[in-house]
Design a protein around this ligand. Structure first.
Ligand code: FES
Length: 292
């Protein structure tokens, strides 16, 4: 692997991100139109946190010119215990992801990261993670950390006493990596639009049931398509439950320079302002975002 000059030292951009050219160590489909790629990138894998992301680009190509953001799925240690690899999941849509499917073990990609803020250390009480589509990928590391099964190099002072994973996809064949989430201590609930797995209906119905059955403190983390995030934000607001959402906003640079990823955030004085999802996000509190 060669370490390249990072394009990240821009004024006002504070980051420990690195740009590397890294070898693919595993790659293959994990659901319909959905793939998982593992990369040997110790510079990034050793410092990335749950909910952070990295940009991936095909090397030595100008088409597609830009990289794309992918959330961390999980990191992996070598036989000596050093964290050297990470992986991500992706749905095949567009030029870059189509190109990625043609890459094989031993090929290289460019990536730069870790980027973004990520999720905070685990809360106490009941943590409910809600995912739609490919939005499950940030949550495997979240759950591993919450269970005490993984350490990402930051202090963890509390752990949830209950963990629920609600996952919604259109059909059973789109359930991506769901077996990885069936961990002791995690209540896995599935919803499919067509009823081919789990409950027939939307993942928000699963969340609604969990919230109605819980009388103790709950925190909700959510990632997926924006209409789903908005529906979850409404449900959690109605239940007075804190909710963090990870936005899947398209990005061009990933490090704060191009402003292609902005979202509107409420201000204390009642006005709103733009925030860059790649730097100030991708994780925001649901009630600070302007959804309409
Ligand atoms: Fe360029 Fe966020 S992607 S500023």
């Amino acid at each position: 692997m060669s370490v390249c000059v990072p394009p990240l030292g821009l004024p006002g951009v504070v980051t420990t991100a690195r740009q590397v050219r890294a070898r693919i160590t595993a790659h293959g489909p994990m659901a319909t139109n959905t793939w998982r790629m593992r990369i040997h990138a110790p510079e990034i894998a050793g410092q990335i946190l749950p909910g952070q992301f990295f940009m991936v680009k095909a090397p030595d190509r100008s088409d597609p010119l830009l990289g794309r953001p992918f959330a961390l799925f999980e990191t992996y240690a070598d036989a000596s215990g050093n964290v050297t690899e990470l992986d991500f999941g992706y749905i095949v849509v567009g030029k870059l992801t189509s190109l990625l499917t043609s890459l094989k073990v031993g090929d290289e990609v460019e990536l730069w990261g870790p980027l973004g803020n990520g999720f905070p250390p685990p809360p106490a009480g009941h943590l409910v993670v809600v995912a739609g589509g490919i939005g499950q990928t940030p949550f495997l590391s979240v759950l591993h950390e919450a269970l005490g099964q993984r350490n990402y190099g930051r202090p963890v002072e509390t752990r949830p006493d209950k963990l629920t994973f609600c996952y919604g996809v259109r059909s059973a064949s789109y359930l991506a990596g769901v077996e990885d989430f069936r961990l002791p201590g995690v209540d896995v609930r599935i919803a499919t639009d067509d009823g081919t797995a789990g409950r027939k209906g939307y993942v928000t119905q699963l969340l609604d049931e969990v919230l109605k059955a819980e009388s103790g403190p709950v925190t909700v983390y959510c990632c997926g398509p924006e209409p789903m995030l908005h529906a979850v934000a409404k449900l959690t607001a109605a239940a007075s439950v804190p909710c963090l959402v990870s936005l899947e906003t398209p990005m061009a640079c990933g490090f704060g320079a191009c402003f292609s990823c902005v979202t509107r955030v409420k201000q204390e004085d009642g006005a709103w302002d733009y925030r860059r999802v790649c730097v100030e996000g991708p994780v925001f509190t649901a009630d600070e975002l302007i959804w309409d």
